[in-house]
Design a protein around this ligand. Sequence first.
Ligand SMILES: [Zn+2]
Ligand SMILES: [Zn+2]
Length: 127
Amino acid sequence: MEAPNNSDVSTDDPKPQVIYRCKKCRRIVASAEQVVPHEPGEGQKCFKWKKRSDNPYKESPQCSSIFVEPMKWMEVVEEGSVEDKIQCLGCKARLGYFNWAGMQCNCGAWINPAFQLHKSRLDEGHL
Ligand SMILES: [Zn+2]
Ligand SMILES: [Zn+2]
């Protein structure tokens, strides 16, 4: 069960095997390998929300979503839509949104194409 993966993307920070489940039905929707990492560095400049940086740990806002590769369970993607909401295949809960033209994360980074899953709809766990 190997998903085609962009293994040429540099992964210099070794992560434990993290998986994401639908919060409602516990179906596994993504694993860490399918997450497309992005650089959150431009957040402050993009949105001028945090002018003060009195706390060095709050420099960049936490991304409220993860961005993943298109996956088979995303039926609307398979159907050929350009953009639509992403629903859980198990319980039809809305998990996120995708747009082949790209979307902006709350940290300010553009992801293109974007398959966004809201962290608040997911349970993060380990295999
Ligand atoms: Zn982000
Ligand atoms: Zn579900």
